[in-house]
Design a protein around this ligand. Structure first.
Ligand code: ZN
Length: 417
């Protein structure tokens, strides 16, 4: 029965185009996200949530007030669940047309007959784990959007179950649905935390069955700007300062072994992401990532020193460098006391017979920002594979387990109280 409900919800929410757009600079970056927030608000109001509110930045928040046995004297932690409204823009169609492939036989699957798009077992051997299951796929022209609409669906279906079964006790449950996660956690950053007064929270924003994440990168960016001195080549000697070459000198100061393509696990990096130049100015954008806070700060110091050195080397150019922190490592927000939010995840998995796979994520979640606000926010699986690609797929059994995790966490935490 849960599966049927999840399928309906998933189709309902993926039908609304809510792709975010990093080039816009506003929050929400696209009107579809606001539309989805409004749609969801309607759904949630039918399930007993109160204080439902959509902020100007399209952050939807609400609370399901506690329901505890009569005469209950203890205290139950206030917990939060966070999902993002946007789907990622990776130059695929913003319109998502999922279809449920029944009883997968272990072979290659044609996602789109008209366009002859296939998902091949040779390229995606992980499919083999799901023989005999029903699996959601996209039509090959877009992502599937399980990132993060599987999470939204799991939360809503869990609320439906709580709404229908009055014997299920729970503490105060806060929900936040935020836009623009995929373009720098902008929605989480726009949250009004007075509407989210929780002891800890969960996101459901990573991949396959069993995944648990409470370590993410510390993330920042640096923008170097160089103003050169343009001149006509016939009279350029001793006059021209070429900003392109100055920018190249800067790029050459970085270790070519500490790049995304040469690192893995908990190794950090600096990614020279873009460089733009013309005869009068140049700019370089760097992404800085490291799980370790001290090493992350050292990378920032190194970039500052490199910019200073660059200025000394090219005294007639004007060099500026701006460094911005984007999010932190969830693990840095954990203390002996608040680590219980993670123990609950493992307990819930044990009770549901799910084998945990704990990973240090080479990225961030909304929780990476929310945790820096003193609300530890670990993350667990949606059940989907291949986020951010047309090969994204979501096996129904894993999807159901993700939803059952929400219910089991709520139950466990109420019981502990
Ligand atoms: Zn996501």
């Amino acid at each position: 029965m849960i599966k049927q409900r999840l399928q309906e919800r998933f189709l309902r929410y993926t039908a609304i185009n809510s792709q975010s757009d990093g080039s816009v600079g506003t929050v929400p970056s696209t009107p579809g996200q606001k539309r989805l927030a409004e749609f969801l608000k309607e759904d949630l109001s039918k399930l007993g949530l109160t204080e439902l509110c959509i902020s100007e930045k399209a952050v939807l928040t609400g609370v399901l007030p506690a329901r505890l046995p009569v005469g209950f004297k203890g205290t139950v932690p206030k917990i939060g669940f966070v999902a993002h409204l946007d789907t990622v823009n990776v130059n695929l169609s913003p319109e998502i047309h999922p279809h449920l492939h029944k009883n997968y036989d272990g072979g290659d699957i044609c996602l789109n007959e008209q366009k002859n798009i296939w998902i091949r077992v040779s390229e995606h051997p992980e499919l083999k784990k799901y023989v005999g299951q029903d699996i959601f796929f996209s039509d090959g022209t877009s992502v599937l959007g399980a990132d993060n609409k599987a999470a939204i669906s799991s939360m809503v279906v869990a609320l439906e179950m709580l709404c229908e079964n009055k014997a299920l006790y729970h503490g105060d449950l806060y929900f936040a649905f935020v836009p623009d996660e995929e373009i720098g956690l902008c929605g989480a950053k726009a949250m009004d935390f007075s509407k989210f007064p929780v002891d800890f929270a969960y996101t459901i924003d990573c991949c396959e069955l069993g995944e648990v994440v409470y370590e993410t990168f510390n993330a920042g960016s640096a923008v170097l700007k160089v103003k050169g001195i343009p001149a006509h080549p016939m009279s350029a000697k001793g006059v021209l300062v070429n900003p392109t070459l100055v920018a190249v000198d800067f790029i050459n100061m970085f270790n070519r072994l500490e790049t995304p393509e040469n690192t893995e696990g908990k190794e950090g990096y600096i990614w020279v992401k873009t460089m733009c130049s013309n005869p009068s100015e140049a700019s370089v954008l760097l992404n800085i990532r490291d799980h370790d806070r001290v090493r992350y700060e050292m990378r920032k110091d190194y970039i500052r020193d490199a910019a200073e050195l660059l200025q000394k080397k090219h005294p007639r150019a004007a060099v500026t460098c701006q460094i911005t922190d984007i999010y932190g490592n969830i693990a840095d927000a954990l203390t002996e006391k608040n680590r219980t939010c993670i123990s609950y995840i493992y307990r819930a998995m044990e009770n549901l017979g799910i084998e945990p796979k704990t990973i240090a994520m080479r990225g961030g979640t909304d929780g990476s920002f929310i945790s820096t606000k003193g609300i530890p926010t670990p993350n667990f699986f949606t059940g989907a594979h291949n986020f951010h690609s047309a090969a994204e797929f979501l096996p129904m059994d894993s999807f159901e387990k993700s939803c059952r995790m929400v219910l089991e966490l709520i139950r466990l935490i109420a019981e502990r109280g």
